[in-house]
Ligand binder design. Structure first.
Ligand code: UGA
Length: 465
């Protein structure tokens, strides 16, 4: 099968590599000539585990190529995937200008009978516009429109593309269904659900899924605010809730809240879509309000720990919006850095991948090239992104070089007992703080009731679970 993928961003490029891995002949098309030059050299323009090796391999096998020329990419493609960005406008509405441009190219260059698939996240109803544009700008060739939303997580994108838990196909014609079923057939191992729907359902299901993930996170963060006021432990509350299979433990981790390119824009876009159709989906505004409050709550913890921020040095561990990516779009750690800088603190950030991206985004943020360099002389260490590197810190060594032994855990990554044993003043989110001399810390740890014991399940600390 010959496939064209329009847009070689995080979704488009991963899709190119995944389809090529399945043995298809793939051409990636992008308007950005510099990006195409990089890709032809086998260099992805962003960090995604495993992507570079797979890209180089598929290009060497001759299954994957890149171009800026729409005619070259589209004229023989049986299937065309639209993977361009759909960023948020100021009012939250999805900006579909890039989708329209892509559809214009398809109308001019696609072959008769091609299947045009929306993979970009778009509001329900977009396929109608795609169809109208193809009719208006095409020359009478027949193309089939379909929707095939992606469920790729940054950091695990290749894995999710090749080992999905569900494949959603929204179609309106037999041809569209036949081609997409043929493409995805090799991925239908045990337990993978292929769900065939109409097109608006597939479009809406994507927004609904991301907004629901955001809902779970904001629910955990709202509970964290209540836990802080009542002395309860939000991690243990989430463990109890998550032991019910109807609820599930994943995405109930309180902390700095959600960021990245997808969840924030998709919650806002779904709210706008509802408003445009005359429905006030107020639950979605509340999700966003609680998420913004989550950064404030961590900032307050830091102020509680340090009193005045002027003259204080804060080491910020993690700048990417989540681990295993260099993406800092809508990154909660960067929102926190801006808050702390405004309050007069000196902020020294460290991230294994996202340092350059963060430096460009936050004026005044100093960047360290190691954990050690970040924490040396710091009055407080703030854990902001749960990279594996931070799970295994030599706590004694960290404490030795810090000015004050204070840790604010914006992702509840650390074990309170270990922090107490290492002699830190430890401020998690939505859980009791351990404050006092090392001796008192041990006592307060001992006097706390044990956490509820659960049957073994997914590691509650693992956001990928
Ligand atoms: C998200 C969805 O998870 C994917 O299924 C979807 O395909 C993708 O958007 C997309 O639309 O393209 P991603 O943006 O990679 O994937 O990020 P997530 O793994 O969902 O994490 C989002 C944010 O939530 C991160 O900032 C993370 O730190 C935060 N989070 C996650 C929490 O604060 N608590 C949790 O319990 C889980």
């Amino acid at each position: 099968m010959r496939i064209a993928v329009i847009g070689t961003g995080r979704v488009g490029l991963v899709s190119c590599v995944a389809f090529a891995t399945l043995g298809q002949e793939v051409v990636g098309l992008d308007v950005d000539g510099e990006k195409i030059t990089l890709l032809r050299r086998g260099a992805p323009p962003f960090f995604e585990p495993g992507l570079e090796d797979a890209l180089v391999r598929e290009m060497a096998e001759g299954r994957l190529s890149f171009t800026v020329d729409p005619a070259e990419a589209l004229r023989e493609a049986e299937v065309v995937f639209i993977c361009v960005g759909t960023p948020a406008r100021a009012d939250g509405e999805a900006n579909l200008v890039a989708v329209e441009l892509a559809v214009g190219d398809i109308a001019r260059h696609a072959m008769d009978g091609a299947v045009v698939v929306e993979k970009s996240t778009v509001p329900a109803g977009t396929a109608d516009k795609v169809r109208q544009t193809l009719l208006r700008e095409g020359d009478g060739r027949q193309v089939h429109v379909a929707s095939n939303p992606e469920f790729l997580r940054e950091g695990l994108a290749l894995h999710d593309a090749l080992e999905p838990d569900r494949i959603v196909i929204g179609v309106e014609s037999e041809q569209g269904l036949e081609v997409l079923e043929r493409l995805y057939e090799p991925l239908l191992r045990d337990g993978v659900r292929l769900i065939v729907t109409d097109i608006p359902t597939a479009e809406l299901a994507k927004h609904a899924s991301n907004a629901f993930l955001a809902l779970k996170i904001s629910y955990a963060n709202a509970l964290a605010r209540l836990c802080e006021r009542t002395g309860a432990d939000v991690t243990a509350v989430a463990d109890v809730m998550g032991a019910d299979p109807r609820i599930g433990r994943s995405f109930l981790n309180a902390g700095l809240g959600y960021g990245g390119y997808c969840l924030p824009k998709d919650v806002a876009a779904l709210e706008r879509l509802a408003a445009r159709h005359g429905y006030a989906f107020n639950l979605l505004s509340e999700i966003q309000r609680v998420n913004a409050e989550a950064v404030d709550a961590v900032a307050s913890r830091i102020e509680e720990a340090l009193w005045n921020l002027e003259g204080k040095r804060i080491a910020l561990l993690g700048l990417a919006f989540k681990p295993d990516t260099d993406d800092v779009r809508a990154s909660p750690p960067l929102a926190l850095a801006r808050r702390l800088l405004e309050a007069g603190g000196e902020v020294v950030g460290y991230d294994p991948q996202a340092a350059d991206e963060a430096r460009d985004e936050v004026p005044g943020l100093r960047i360290a090239d190691s954990v050690d360099a970040a924490v040396t002389g710091a009055h407080c260490m703030v854990l902001a992104t749960e990279w594996d590197e931070f799970r295994h810190l030599d706590l004694a060594a960290v404490k030795r070089v810090m000015a004050h032994p204070v840790v604010v855990d914006g992702r509840n990554l650390f074990d309170p007992a270990e922090m107490a044993a290492a002699g830190f003043w430890y401020y998690p989110i939505g859980r009791p703080s351990l404050v006092g001399s090392p001796h008192l810390l041990e006592l307060s740890e001992v006097s706390r009731p044990p956490a509820p014991s659960l049957m073994p399940g997914p590691d509650p600390g693992d956001r990928r679970a």
